[in-house]
Design a protein around this ligand. Structure first.
Ligand code: HEC
Ligand code: HEC
Length: 295
């Protein structure tokens, strides 16, 4: 009887200790990167900048995840990942946090509480220009606040285990791997603009370097996303149809792309579509470098 009791106590203690270790290790990993506070651009307040900020929010997908009224969104119904992801109310967040804190979340993948984000695709915004980010913040602060109740986010034990063991990377880890912009706007303004747009819109799903990746296939059961050098097969009109609809030349629905394209990319201006098209076509002249995110 006594041995049985002792065994039960020992096993329970070991299990509890195991959970404590996983919890602490995952929390340590989530805090192993410090935000660098160097963002000092002035936040504008004129109507033109606020409109520019709205355009950035629209084309970069803030509305798609944070709600069409920026009211926040509970992903519980869509994703089991990372147990419960909750995108906060951006209009109120922008009013209660300073610009450097917002910058750290958006471009560095580190939240206001100092923990690295897990679901917010900051790697897609890492290369946002200072002036565009300032305009975005101006817009978020000017947008009306729509209050809806949101639950608390939660990290599941399976995800904590993967973080603790180093198998699951945080957004801040992904941000570190985003390649720099290579084209000089002073020399090739159109191509540079296209590179900027692609590297802050399309690299969310087409690989950090736009040359294809395999992770998105796991999300909705679709194939890996293709190397965007394939845009060489699309003329300007076909390309615009593709990014406004999310359907390919031959009428195939392109998974997640079809979900986000009408919401985000239909708002691009003609000159933005031109630069994006020209830049992506230019990729066909260089082979895709090797990367672990490719199939
Ligand atoms: C794919 C969905 C998605 C997109 C697109 C997205 N977010 Fe988020 N965002 C989230 C989620 C989910 C969170 C909650 C933190 C987490 O789970 O990573 C979040 C958190 C945040 C936070 C708070 C970070 C903190 O905890 O302090 C800010 C600020 C933010 N997002 C701004 C933006 C802006 C600005 C845009 C557009 C440029 C944007 N987000 C686009 C999903 C998204
Ligand atoms: C939210 C994820 C997501 C974003 C953001 C995204 N795509 Fe896609 N894209 C996909 C998926 C998924 C596919 C289809 C994979 C499949 O089913 O073959 C795809 C397919 C494509 C294709 C292949 C069409 C064909 O003929 O097969 C092109 C070209 C493309 N995307 C261009 C873009 C461009 C340009 C951008 C940025 C403006 C972009 N995508 C942004 C997810 C995305």
């Amino acid at each position: 009887m006594r041995w049985l009791l002792l065994t039960i106590v020992a096993v329970t203690t070991a299990v509890v200790l195991g959970f404590v270790v996983v919890y602490l290790l995952s929390e340590l990993r989530l805090r192993d990167r410090e935000p660098v506070h160097q963002f000092s651009a002035a936040i504008p307040s004129d109507a033109e900048s606020i409109e520019r900020g709205r355009h950035i929010a629209r084309t970069r997908g803030c509305f798609g995840c944070h709600g069409q009224q920026l009211q926040g969104y509970d992903f519980d119904k869509q994703w089991d990942w990372p147990k419960r992801a909750v995108a906060p109310n951006l209009a109120s967040y922008a009013r209660t946090h300073d610009a450097q804190t917002i910058e750290a979340a958006v471009r560095q993948g580190i939240g206001a509480d100092g923990r690295e984000l897990m679901s917010m695709p900051s790697f897609n915004f890492a290369r946002l220009r200072d002036d565009d980010l300032a305009a975005l913040i101006a817009y978020l602060r000017a947008a009306p606040v729509v209050e809806v109740p949101l639950p608390r986010p939660a990290l599941g034990w399976d995800v904590r285990w993967d973080i603790a063991s180093g198998r699951e990377l945080s957004m801040a880890d992904w941000v570190e791997m985003v390649p720099p912009l290579r084209i000089d706007p002073a020399e090739q303004p159109i191509l540079a603009e296209g590179e900027y747009l692609a590297m802050t819109m399309c690299n969310e799903c087409h690989g950090l370097d736009l040359r294809g990746e395999r992770f998105y296939s796991g999300w909705d059961g679709g194939p890996p996303t293709p190397d965007l050098a394939m845009v060489v097969a699309y003329d300007r009109t076909q390309f615009e149809e593709l990014i406004e609809s999310g359907y390919s030349l031959d009428g195939r629905k392109l998974g997640l792309m079809a979900l986000v394209a009408p919401d985000r990319f239909a708002s691009l201006s003609d000159s933005e579509v031109d630069s994006l098209h020209q830049y992506l076509q230019s990729l066909a002249t260089t082979p895709a470098p090797e990367a672990f995110w490719r199939p």
